[in-house]
Design a protein around this ligand. Structure first.
Ligand code: GMT
Length: 371
């Protein structure tokens, strides 16, 4: 198949899944065309079936914005015409699926459109009144719609009320890359041997509850010695720094910024903390499970489909900082139990979310749509 993949290139679960999917389909001898405004952060291998097409910004003084969506649409038109794509897989309904629809209309080419809903395109952006009808159109006009959790499917049906069937295809993890490794020098550089490492990975936007992370850690520090390792960057970092000063815990918090290869750091953690207020799936939790690291998270949206409460991690209601901090303390104070949870996590990750199983589900979808 000749497959176009439209995704955000920046660090994040949707870009990661889109890239891994494309790279693995290329290994199965499909021609893959990534269309994005820069090389996706996880796209390091350009084998003979992997192509990248850059979306060039349209800058003209009259336009006070860069017109990303039109640049993307124009690029999709070029690529479908030149490479005779069979299908375009858009990761996110708004704006990527809509651009694919416009490209199909304008190009007159007969390619299929698969849209994967990753979360905020429905839960946040798509609820925005002026965008609602556009979002609904993008989803309903797709030849196939997939989403990453049962929660997300039900939420889309309930709040967008779409006519077509949505297929749930869970996100996946490469268990050879996300694996437990001995905690050596890398751990020593993050914390002293008597300190536990609590890790949080996110884009520090409000759905991740960055303030919650610090509030929870502040409570944890009252009971155990620990370091909070923060990976990623985003708008909430400023507020976190302010809170760290207020709580006088700056020395216990490490800001590592954006890191591409988190698989080297996750295994150093004693616990991954994810108190999200919204989370269609929670890739960071799955990656932690695959590395045998127990998780403490909220039980919001799609998270309970990934984490098995009491078996691979502990959950509490979003915003319940007291219970979430007690969970962290419990995991950090019971080494054997935490180890068992970690092992359970890897087993679940491999059984339910393994790369080959999920990629073959996508492949089946593509074949159905084309047949
Ligand atoms: O969480 C974000 O803000 C980033 C976003 C993304 O583009 O990666 O994450 C969404 O898609 C991921 C991959 O499917 C999911 O694992 C995240 O749960 C989802 N985020 C939200 O629903 C808030």
């Amino acid at each position: 198949m000749n497959i176009g993949i439209v995704c955000y290139p920046s660090i994040g679960g949707s870009g990661l899944i889109a890239t891994e999917l494309g790279v693995n389909l290329a290994k199965l001898d499909h021609q893959i065309h990534f269309i994005s405004y820069s090389v996706p952060f996880k796209l390091s291998v350009f084998d003979r079936n992997v192509n990248f097409h850059s979306v060039d910004p349209i800058n003209y003084p009259l336009f006070n914005q860069t017109l990303y969506t039109f640049s993307l649409t124009a690029k999709i038109i070029d690529v479908v015409r030149e490479y005779k794509l069979d299908l375009v897989h858009a990761h996110y309904s708004i704006p990527h699926s809509l651009c694919a629809h416009l490209a199909r209309e304008v190009s007159g080419c007969d390619f299929k459109i698969i849209t994967t809903l990753h979360g905020t395109d429905v839960t946040i952006v798509g609820q925005n009144k002026p965008l609602f009808s556009l979002n609904k159109y993008g989803i309903e006009q797709s030849d196939m719609v997939t989403t990453v959790s049962q929660f997300q499917k039900e939420h889309t049906n309930r709040y967008i009320g779409i006519a077509n069937e949505i297929e749930v295809i869970y996100n996946f993890v490469d268990a050879d890359i996300f694996r437990p490794v001995p905690k050596g020098k890398c751990r020593e550089s993050l914390a002293s041997p008597d300190e536990k490492i609590i890790m949080h990975i996110s884009n520090f936007r409000s759905p991740k509850d960055p303030e919650g992370v610090i509030n929870i850690f502040h409570e944890v520090l009252k009971k155990i010695e620990a370091k909070l390792v923060l990976i990623g960057d985003g708008p909430g970092i400023g507020e976190i720094k302010t809170l760290c000063k207020e709580f006088k815990i700056c020395d216990n918090v490490c800001f590592l910024g954006k890191i591409d290869n988190v698989e080297n750091l996750i295994p150093m953690a004693d616990c991954i903390l994810q108190p999200s207020l919204r989370e269609s799936f929670g890739m960071g939790l799955l990656e932690a499970m695959s590395c045998e690291v127990p998780t403490v998270s909220s039980n919001v949206d799609g998270i309970p489909e990934v984490v098995v409460d009491g078996e691979t991690g502990l959950m509490a209601n979003p915003g319940d900082y007291k219970t979430l901090s007690e969970h962290v303390i419990k995991i950090c104070s019971s080494v054997d139990w935490a180890k068992k949870m970690g092992k359970n996590g890897r087993r679940v990750a491999i059984e339910r979310f393994n790369k080959d199983k999920i990629i073959s589900e996508y492949l089946k979808c593509y074949e159905n749509v084309l047949s």
